[in-house]
Design a protein around this ligand. Structure first.
Ligand code: ZN
Length: 198
């Protein structure tokens, strides 16, 4: 089966791009009638050496936010520092401008075969000034917990709710809605999406 990749940036979409369709809950992609997801429901986050050790406790808290959700079997295992090229899920910090990428805090790149996610790479932008206080400023400052938790939602298969049309109030407040506000926990909409996928 041919593989393809999704590149999911933490990008704001202007209001004029809103699609005036009935609101639905969360946003996932289906192909051939199957939701795009991992075959299993457990994944080990593997941190490259470019991710500061000072981020460890916050990355750990972010992955726990996606675990133990009612109705969902999804679980991120304890993060590891062991990384190989064949690792299913790797988190790295990279210089986005040097790669010609957009000036956003995070990217997630998924490799998908059929409807199955087989590989994930998560990147945080070293062009940003990173903090642990919840400060989010477009183009310059990013909060580690908010961004890492958001990207981890992409890793398990969730998309920005706006991609699926006009957002409900719960979708607007969701971690998967990148709106430059501090978000330190998943909300009902994120959790409904996780429970639908796993
Ligand atoms: Zn995103």
């Amino acid at each position: 089966m041919k593989s393809r990749t999704w590149i999911l940036g933490l990008v704001l979409v202007v209001a004029s791009a809103l699609i005036p369709s009935p609101a639905t809950a969360f946003c996932i992609q289906a192909t051939g009638g199957n939701n795009v997801r991992w075959a299993g429901s457990t994944l080990i986050p593997r941190k490259a050496s470019t991710v500061p050790t000072g981020w460890d406790s916050t990355v750990n808290n972010a992955r726990i936010d996606w675990n133990g959700i009612a109705g969902s079997t999804w679980s991120y295992s304890t993060p590891s520092r062991t990384v190989t090229t064949s690792s299913a899920y790797v988190i790295s910090n990279v210089d986005f401008s040097a790669n010609g990428w957009q000036n956003v805090p995070g990217y997630t790149i998924l490799t998908i075969s059929g409807s199955q996610i087989t590989k994930a790479r998560q990147y945080q932008n070293t062009d940003y000034s990173w903090n642990f206080s919840g400060t989010m400023v477009s183009g310059s400052q990013a909060d580690v917990h908010t961004v890492v938790m958001h990207e981890m939602g992409h890793i398990l298969g969730l998309l920005h709710p706006l991609y699926c049309g006009t957002m409900t109030a719960a979708e607007q407040a969701a971690a998967m809605n990148p709106d430059w506000t501090k978000k330190w926990d998943t909300n009902s909409d994120d959790e409904a999406g996780a429970a639908t996928l796993y």
